[in-house]
Design a protein. Structure first.
Length: 109
């Protein structure tokens, strides 16, 4: 590889690395944070209520446009979320958070 080609490859690699290590707050704004857990549905209420259960047994109720993509019982996800102020839901299945983005998905087998 000649020198100009090597320089272009180096710049592209550095650009990729700098983008992939951006923090959640830098990417989505103040108050944004990451949640990891497993999606579940509570079928005891009509229509069902979806919630995210984390490894430490904390429960979150995701809201927002992207939540339709999370409706798969047992799906493990990593989400970028922010807290919602003064929001109450019919389900009351956990702390209500707004889903800003779906960062990772692992469907159940």
């Amino acid at each position: 590889m000649h020198l100009p080609g090597l320089c272009i490859v180096t710049v592209l690699v550095l650009l990729f690395l700098s983008c992939s290590h951006t923090s959640i707050t830098e990417r989505y704004g103040k108050g944004a944070y990451e949640l990891r857990g497993t999606m579940h549905v509570d079928k005891s209420l009509e229509g069902g209520c979806w919630f995210l259960l984390t490894a430490d047994s904390a429960s979150y109720e995701p809201l927002g446009e992207k939540t339709a993509d999370l409706r798969n019982d047992g799906m493990r996800v990593v989400l970028a979320v922010s807290d919602t102020a003064n929001v109450r839901t019919f389900c009351m299945s956990g702390k209500v958070v707004e889903v800003l983005d779906i960062l990772e998905v692992q469907t159940p087998q």
